[in-house]
Design a protein around this ligand. Structure first.
Ligand code: GLN
Length: 285
């Protein structure tokens, strides 16, 4: 059998199990298990699979079976790339999304162009895997980052990523701000749970059956965390500080008015690459 035939076979198995992205996922599993990149694969596609790689065929098959059960690809490989960095993930954290890179990119701009301060202090609220805190801290060379989550299991993953990327972030278990008495920041970022409870059943099985509900469920109107975090953020932001959120595509107006009601100004709604509202940013006067 050739490498190309193997990948096509994988793709067919996933397709038969009605897996979206069967082509991409079959290749990504192949790449993960065989350690063969796309560019190398294109060159050897028509070659017979080398003898010493044959023992990997079983592993490929086993992992395809898992993917056929709708288990997210990233739970099988244990890795998701975000902002050009690899993050360890498991069932206890939300898998980093490309949409969330919009939040990080805008936070980078805010830190480099608007916060006129040496060593600004960053807080990442509801950090999950730590991908936002870690990528921002690395890109902006921050030295004072705190990241918070309510889930100890998520914090274990975040701490592993902290080590992996040699960042010295202080990961803290806290129910929102309760364990952050007196801590002040120049910028607060958050991708809180924001899916309306009744919309959860509409999500893909990969998400609703395998990702942590706690990271998704934003209560009945999806806005509870924005209300709580915005109210508390006022007390933890230095004057001139910024609050940036990831939001769902239809939450821009509501989150903007929550920020406005809490005294934030210069509130902006920022779109993602598909033209959908994705980030809300506010300034503490
Ligand atoms: N954007 C995520 C999704 O589509 C949800 C993230 C969140 O609730 N913070 O599933």
């Amino acid at each position: 059998m050739t490498y190309g035939e193997l990948v096509t076979l994988g793709e067919q198995k996933l397709k038969e199990a009605n897996i979206n992205d069967s082509k991409i996922d079959a290749f990504l599993l192949f790449e993960h298990i065989f350690g063969i990149s796309k560019s190398k694969y294109l060159l050897i596609k028509y070659d017979e699979i080398r003898e010493e790689l044959r023992d990997k065929l079983d592993e490929f098959d086993e992992k395809l079976q898992l993917r056929c059960l709708n288990i997210p690809l990233q739970h099988i490989t244990g890795i998701q790339e975000f902002m050009g960095m690899d993050f360890v993930v498991n069932k206890n954290v939300l898998i980093p999304r490309q949409d969330t890179e919009i939040l990080v990119e805008n936070a980078v701009l805010t830190i480099t162009e608007e916060i006129e301060k040496e060593n600004p202090r960053l807080l990442d609220m509801c950090t999950g895997s730590g991908c936002i805190a870690i990528s921002l801290t690395k890109i902006c060379k921050l030295q004072n980052t705190i990241a918070v989550d309510y889930s100890n299991a998520a914090l274990e993953v975040a701490k592993e990523n902290n080590q992996k990327h040699s960042t010295q972030i202080n990961f803290i278990n806290s129910d929102l701000f309760t364990s952050l008495n007196g801590e002040m920041f120049d910028i607060i970022v958050s991708n809180p749970p924001y899916i309306r409870t009744e919309d959860i059943r509409e999500l893909m099985p990969e998400v609703k059956d395998f990702e942590p509900m706690m990271a998704l469920d934003g209560t009945s109107d999806g806005l509870e965390f924005y209300r709580k975090i915005t109210k508390e953020s006022k007390k933890h932001l230095n004057d001139g500080g910024f609050l940036l959120y990831e939001i769902g595509f239809d939450q821009g107006k509501d989150v903007k008015s929550i920020m406005k009601d809490n005294g934030f100004d210069n509130i902006e709604i920022i779109k993602d690459l598909s033209g959908l509202d994705r980030v809300v940013k506010g300034h503490k006067a």
